[in-house]
Write a protein that binds this ligand. Sequence first.
Ligand SMILES: *[C@@H]1O[C@H](CO)[C@@H](O)[C@H](O)[C@H]1NC(C)=O
Ligand SMILES: *[C@@H]1O[C@H](CO)[C@@H](O)[C@H](O)[C@H]1NC(C)=O
Ligand SMILES: *[C@@H]1O[C@H](CO)[C@@H](O)[C@H](O)[C@H]1NC(C)=O
Length: 205
Amino acid sequence: MLEAQEVSLTALRLFAVLVCVCCVEECVCFPNGSVAFSCGSLMPVHPPFTPSTSSPPFMVSTSSTTYRPGGVITVMLEVETSSSTEFQGFMLQARSRGGNAELWPVGKFTNIDPSLFTALHCQDQQNSTVSQATGTKKKKVEVTWEAPNNYGDIYFSATVVQDYKTFWVGLNSSLLRQDSSSAAGRVFSPSFLLFIILLSLPVYC
Ligand SMILES: *[C@@H]1O[C@H](CO)[C@@H](O)[C@H](O)[C@H]1NC(C)=O
Ligand SMILES: *[C@@H]1O[C@H](CO)[C@@H](O)[C@H](O)[C@H]1NC(C)=O
Ligand SMILES: *[C@@H]1O[C@H](CO)[C@@H](O)[C@H](O)[C@H]1NC(C)=O
């Protein structure tokens, strides 16, 4: 009986030590955004905790529902107006739905203020991903992003860290359609084809 009590006491002490280690780790993880995340999965390295499955009190929105290659879009990550939550950390990137690019960032963030954000170099693409510069609590972040050439439809995906134990992975924006009026496909528009046909008619007459 006494032994069992001693064992549970030891377990309790071990638990207390673990909790302390986690607290220290939290401080280590949050000063800058360079260390805490994985580029491909947007997964924070916060053992032993796993992503929350509850509905996230955050949203990712964009200034436009379409983009042109080389065009600039404003992206907002913010707490839902109905929630009093704040967040300490985040990671944000644009992703292409097309083919193998699904899991990887496309385009790059521009005019990154280093006092607020950390630009990350993911999959050989400079500034393709952005995260926090400090662990101060925030309700909203706003960044600008420059579109790549011809990636088709894209969406923004974010990880939001409320605190060390509570975080959400894979918060997606709505889909942004590539504005095809600027694509090379325009050269082969029906009226252009008709023009070619009209030009070649005299040859057959
Ligand atoms: C973030 O912290 C890591 C480790 O402490 C350091 O190597 C890295 O240079 C820091 N990055 C920035 C942008 O301060
Ligand atoms: C990435 O962002 C930094 C500022 O954080 C800037 O100095 C650098 O030129 C950018 N690189 C590219 C390729 O845009
Ligand atoms: C975000 O999109 C990715 C890729 O389509 C998907 O795997 C993930 O489940 C989505 N996240 C949510 C919360 O629906």
